[in-house]
Design a protein around this ligand. Structure first.
Ligand code: UTP
Length: 298
């Protein structure tokens, strides 16, 4: 029997974004701008290009401009239309999501990623679903989630995106214990949250893309807070593995930027700016001159 289709994606956007304070006091981290598009736009584009039909945002207080961003903007549209600015009007229309395709659900306390996912349980019910963390931005010729759905169509169960990291960075990630590696896919035997370098079971780190079997909700239900005092999705997945449910890791093809950290965000800004034809020359020559200045000062 074919595996059930993945048509829904959850975007958890209810976190406090403390690493970007003071900006995130009033601006959701997920709407910080990479070149000219908010982070959440890259996540939504990836989902839509991967065949997702229903977008579920788990939001919180202070995130209303994220909701407005995906809505119609009648005054702006009227002004652009009157001025004959068709290209800008198209840009504005293109980011508007159909009312029926989008749902917002509130997480009224930032209790952790696992808790945020649980808040959407009633919208997912009994289907497999995707989770995209918008602060992990991935540049890939085939969208990362699409690659994962292709794997899921073969394996069923749950699929977690993974990336190789050097041992010194293991303590910043959830690290996977894997067996039965076949190319980019491996069976997951366990997950260790932020292990010391010499305790890491592999060099495969979990990153912010998941396809999850709906049984995850039972495993998240009643989970106590753990790392950082938060209810962790990783703990729910570990419980799912312990219960014998199939979980696969997929080493995706593409470049991932950790836009939840300042250094990662700046690297993404440079990379995405250089990928834009209208910016490449001017911005590239500015970067070259900055590097030359740095080298001269050393
Ligand atoms: P992070 O832990 O990276 O985000 O969560 P954060 O807590 O907002 O940021 P810092 O660490 O304080 O700087 C990854 C994703 O999960 C969401 C966040 O909004 C982010 O998109 N999240 C996290 C929730 O939706 N709810 C939570 O309780 C925690």
């Amino acid at each position: 029997m074919a595996n059930a289709k993945v048509t829904k994606a959850i975007f958890p956007v209810a976190g406090l974004g403390t690493r970007f304070l003071p900006a995130t006091k009033a601006i959701p981290k997920e709407t910080l701008t990479l070149v000219d598009r908010p982070l959440i736009q890259y996540a939504v584009d990836e989902a839509l290009a991967s065949g997702i039909e229903q977008l579920i945002f788990v939001t919180s207080r202070g995130k209303s401009n994220l909701e407005d961003y995906f809505d119609r903007s009648p005054e702006l549209e009227r002004t652009l239309s009157k001025a004959g600015k068709k290209d800008l009007l198209r840009i504005v229309h293109d980011v508007t999501l159909d009312s029926g395709a989008v749902t917002y659900v509130r997480q009224n306390q930032a209790l952790g990623l696992g808790h945020a996912i649980s808040c959407a349980r009633h919208l997912i019910q009994d289907e497999p679903f995707a989770v995209i963390l918008p602060d992990d931005v991935i540049s890939a010729s085939t969208p990362c989630l699409k690659q994962m759905i292709d794997v899921y169509n073969r394996t069923g169960g749950s699929v977690i995106a993974a990336m190789e990291v050097p041992p010194a960075l293991a303590s910043s990630y959830g690290i996977l214990d894997v067996a039965g590696v076949a190319g980019r896919v491996a069976e997951v035997r366990g997950i260790v949250e932020k292990p010391a370098a010499d305790k890491a079971p592999s060099n495969l780190a979990v990153i912010g893309r998941y396809i999850l079997d709906p049984s995850i909700f039972d495993h998240l239900d009643g989970l106590p807070p753990s790392a950082g005092g938060e209810i962790q999705l990783t703990d729910g997945i570990a419980a799912m593995i312990a219960a014998g449910q199939g979980v696969h890791a997929y080493r995706f093809s593409g470049d991932r930027f950790d836009c939840g950290s300042k250094a990662g965000f700046l690297q993404a800004t440079v990379s995405f700016a250089l990928a834009r034809s209208e910016l490449r020359e001017e911005f590239g020559s500015y970067l070259n001159s900055m590097v030359a200045l740095q080298n001269a000062a050393q």
